[in-house]
Design a protein around this ligand. Structure first.
Ligand code: SF4
Length: 428
């Protein structure tokens, strides 16, 4: 099927004028271009993230750092904390570096090549900023655009090898004006009509031009190369609580999740499993495993809870009731939830068992025990994050450990004589 560049662009722009998505970083069709800071911020956040997920982060960033100069002057740890949950943390580090580079030169460059020279700005983001913020004739090809164009031209070569052909094909349908609107129109068509699994060809403005539609199986495009299986890594995260606080560390500035607050772990990485060495001597009990997918590998993270721990290495006690403000990466939020939700459920089960037991004893005894239980409950309320075992019939810790071992639970005793090399060096 033949496509006409002129006709495709005008049909698409006409459709965009009627159906453009209203997004906080957008200027409506046909109006002056939006602030390049807003375009850049949104495009960086939207890499690998959905619009619905990124939008609240975008609003919060703009409220806190309304200009690129404000972001350039921001504390790096604060920016990393505000980014937590968006993933791909190297982007947050590049965001700060880019803001500082732009603030130093005074403004964003308009030229695609100069934009590409800034930290964290690749081909797509440079083209998107040039087209949307500066009206330059740049062709921005993201996953949505790839899909629309591969279908429109029925490009049979598999991705990622087909990328250059898709770029060339996109250029042939680009208009001679309204470059920003065109870029956003193709993105919107891909996001709302030409979707991954169920394209709505019946309401598509390009149906008459679409070679993929003509094949009867547009979903076959873009053709994807067979995926390589991702390696599986295994590691441990350690959770230690004290007086309503949890021990958090700051990860090294460089590397995975660099500079973020986190639970201590055993050194797992993309290249290998963790060493299973806890952060101090003490008693360590496995509570379960959380799974997390990174770009290049999958991780099974065993969450291990410590008690009677010795001195911990560098870190801070962070209040449990403010854990949501710590800026933990999603992986460690999952790990902390595994333990804390489990503890809350255990407390609730204990409370129910206790109420049930009280209903079955004789009235005079029940009254006396209710009074005692009330005192116990009041104690527990004073410590809203008390570990489950603290409300478990008054057994001491040693009894609980013995019972756990009898039950076949994995309790690991790490003597202070078996301290980690770093701790031995520190003489702890
Ligand atoms: S006709 Fe269907 S496959 Fe072709 S661009 Fe439109 S929605 Fe996509």
């Amino acid at each position: 099927m033949q496509t006409s560049g002129e006709s495709v662009a005008s049909k698409l722009l006409g459709w965009y004028d009627r159906h453009a998505r209203a997004l906080p970083w957008r200027a409506p069709p046909g109006t002056p271009s939006p602030d390049p800071y807003r375009v850049w911020l949104a495009e960086v956040m939207l890499q690998q993230t959905t619009v619905a997920h990124a939008a609240p982060y975008y609003e919060r960033f703009l409220e806190r750092w309304p200009t690129v100069a404000a972001l350039a002057a921001a504390d790096e740890a604060e920016v990393m904390g505000a980014w937590a949950g968006l993933g791909y943390y190297s982007r947050a580090r590049n965001l700060i570096a880019c803001a500082r580079a732009v603030a130093e030169r005074g403004s964003f460059p308009e030229d695609e090549a100069e934009l590409r020279a800034l930290p964290g700005i690749g081909d797509y983001t440079a083209a998107a900023i040039a087209a949307i913020a500066f009206g330059r004739p740049a062709v921005a090809v993201d996953a949505n655009v790839e899909r629309v164009v591969a279908r429109l031209f029925a490009i049979a070569a598999p991705l990622p090898g087909a990328k250059p052909a898709i770029r060339v094909a996109t250029r042939t349908i680009a208009p001679i004006a309204r470059h920003g609107d065109f870029a956003q129109a193709v993105m919107d068509l891909g996001a709302t009509v030409c979707t991954i699994r169920n394209p709505s060809c019946g309401r598509c403005p390009l149906r008459a031009d679409c070679a993929g539609y003509a094949t009867g199986d547009p979903v076959a495009f873009p053709v994807k190369a067979a995926k390589k299986a991702k390696p599986l890594r295994r590691g441990r995260a350690y959770l230690v609580q004290k007086g309503g606080a949890v021990w958090l560390v700051r990860r090294p500035a460089k590397g995975m999740l660099g500079g973020m607050r986190a639970l201590p772990d055993d050194g797992w990485s993309a290249r290998g499993d963790g060493g299973r060495t806890p952060p101090s001597c003490g008693n360590w009990r496995s509570t379960g495993v959380v799974r997390h997918g990174f770009t290049h590998f999958d991780l099974e993270l065993e969450v291990v809870v410590g008690s009677d721990c010795g001195d911990l290495d560098e870190g801070e006690w962070w209040p449990l009731e403010r854990l949501g403000e710590a800026g933990l990466p999603t992986l460690f939020v999952k790990a902390a939830r595994l333990v804390l939700d489990d503890a809350a459920a255990q407390r609730e089960a204990d409370r129910r068992d206790h109420d049930h037991d009280q209903a079955e004893v004789a009235p005079p005894v029940r009254r006396r025990q209710r009074a005692e239980a009330g005192a116990e409950d009041r104690d527990r309320q004073d410590d809203p994050v008390a570990p489950a075992e603290e409300g478990n019939g008054g057994r001491d810790r040693q009894q609980q450990r013995d019972q756990a071992e009898e039950d076949g639970k994995d309790v690991e005793h790490v003597s202070c004589l078996d301290r980690t090399p770093r701790q031995r060096k520190r003489g702890n």
